[in-house]
Design a protein around this ligand. Structure first.
Ligand code: ATP
Ligand code: HMH
Length: 266
């Protein structure tokens, strides 16, 4: 039977991040994609021009429709915007005994717009992180969750972040090093005892809109296919590296990655 993945995230009208990136990634990796939209954003390569959160009723109704009938082999969360939406999503994950939950703790868009209200971080920590199979914070997100102020510039410090995040309850922590200022693009996977490193060359491009969403969606797609976490992260790393290598110079600002590159060029 075809593996099925559900994304619970915001819509990016510009097509490079959010729900659109997730569904494209699921499709490219041969997984049937479904969605529950938490917020509509008016967005393009220049930034976020409007944020329109959906009502709790609308979100709950989408989740019930999908999960009561079709079901999902994995669930990926992205932009959740508020504490109330986080609490609702956590309640539904428990109600439907959802498995393979990939939490991408999206907080701020590349242009600086708020995608998660600051006061919602507590709900993320108390309600959602304990349900997560894996969380995929970038360095600013990892620091915000832990309320750490220090500048992170080494993999040793990334390891310390992963160890501290593990205490919050997720089964695995994947700290992304895309925001390190130089060197290869290194991500660290931690399972409570072992650190596994995933490397790629740093690709010199500004067109990286939606990298985090795409990466987390690829992990969710592979988990839906019953791959191990290590295998899933490796496929996701190859997928995002290809997508960034062939990123698209469209629009006037930060262009999106090419979700079809992994299939076309590997
Ligand atoms: N320039 C780059 N070259 C190669 N890999 C990169 C580059 N930038 C990011 N990555 C990789 O892309 C993946 C996503 O990481 P990143 O840190 O960019 O996510 P993010 O900041 O959450 O993205 P977003 O801004 O879309 O939320 C990681 O595997 C990271 O190592
Ligand atoms: C809707 C949405 N989700 C996530 C991100 C982060 O890339 C974004 N820019 N927009």
């Amino acid at each position: 039977m075809r593996a099925k993945a559900l994304t619970i995230a915001g819509s990016d009208s510009g097509g490079g991040a959010g729900i659109q990136a997730d569904i494209k990634t699921f499709q490219e990796l041969g997984v049937f994609g479904m969605s529950a939209i938490t917020a509509i954003t008016a967005q393009n390569t220049l930034g976020v021009h409007g944020v329109y959160p959906q009502s709790l009723d609308a979100i709950e109704s989408q989740l019930d429709a999908v999960l009561s009938d079709i079901g999902a082999d994995s669930v990926k969360t992205g932009m959740l915007f508020s504490a109330e939406i986080i609490q609702l999503v956590a309640k539904k994950m428990k109600e439907y005994s959802s498995q393979n939950i990939v939490v991408d703790p999206v907080m701020i868009a590349k242009g600086g717009s708020t995608l998660l209200q600051e006061e919602a971080i507590e709900a993320l920590i108390s309600d959602l992180l304990p349900l997560a199979t894996v969380i995929t914070p970038n360095l600013p997100e990892a620091k915000a969750i832990l309320n750490w102020q220090d500048e992170i510039s080494t993999t040793k410090q990334m390891e310390e972040l992963a160890i501290a995040l593990f205490e919050l309850g997720p089964k695995y922590i994947l700290v992304k090093g895309g925001h390190l200022s130089e060197g290869p693009a290194i991500d660290l996977l931690y399972d409570g005892t072992k650190m596994t490193t995933f490397h790629s060359e740093r690709i010199p491009t500004k067109h990286t809109h939606g990298t985090g969403c795409t990466f987390a969606a690829a992990i969710a797609a592979e988990l839906a296919k019953k791959k191990s976490i290590e295998e899933s992260v490796q496929v996701a790393k190859d997928f995002i590296t290809m997508a960034i290598t062939h990123s698209l110079n469209i629009g006037k600002g930060i262009g999106p990655t090419d979700h079809s590159a992994y299939r076309q060029y590997q």
